[in-house]
Design a binder for this molecule. Structure first.
Ligand SMILES: [Zn+2]
Length: 71
């Protein structure tokens, strides 16, 4: 199903974020709580969109913690 893979993609976006107490376990950078949005597209048409909240590193972008119950 190689053909399918070319048409299907998933994009992760940070809608907004604010600093939160904590440090990244990977690089020691500042952590921030972010409103994330995952858009799944098929043939460049968005078919599925999910909003969620996570704690990410502002420096390296590592996902430190995610909350599944948001929206
Ligand atoms: Zn980091």
């Amino acid at each position: 199903m190689l053909f399918f893979c070319f048409l299907y993609d998933q994009k992760r976006m940070v809608r907004n974020s604010k600093p939160v107490a904590g440090i990244c376990s990977r690089c020691g950078g500042c952590a921030s709580v972010a409103d994330m949005e995952t858009a799944t597209r098929f043939c460049y048409v968005p078919i599925y969109r999910k909003s969620w909240r996570a704690i990410i590193c502002t420096f390296c972008g590592a996902l430190l913690k995610s909350y599944r119950h948001v929206c």
